[in-house]
Design a protein around this ligand. Structure first.
Ligand code: SF4
Ligand code: SF4
Length: 66
């Protein structure tokens, strides 16, 4: 009964953990990430949990998570 799909990763909790470089967006193999503007027009990644296969490549590529 352990077939529940893993949750999508959290790319950032606070905006100071993301510079909007879009590397995560670029590496996602299933195009689950979109770069969406906040209220000031800066782009931040948003994961579509329905597309995400929880491969965590986006976390691996992020410079803020080394
Ligand atoms: S790779 Fe990291 S810093 Fe770059 S947009 Fe994605 S979450 Fe933000
Ligand atoms: S975990 Fe994999 S599938 Fe999900 S958003 Fe990140 S790169 Fe895309």
């Amino acid at each position: 009964m352990d077939n529940v799909k893993d949750k999508p990763p959290v790319l950032y909790k606070n905006k100071n953990e993301c510079c909007g470089c879009s590397a995560c967006y670029a590496i996602c193999p299933v195009e689950a990430i979109t770069m969406e503007p906040d209220e000031e027009g800066f782009l931040y990644p948003v994961i579509d949990p329905l597309k995400c296969i929880s491969c965590h490549q986006c976390v691996g590529v992020c410079v803020f998570k080394k």
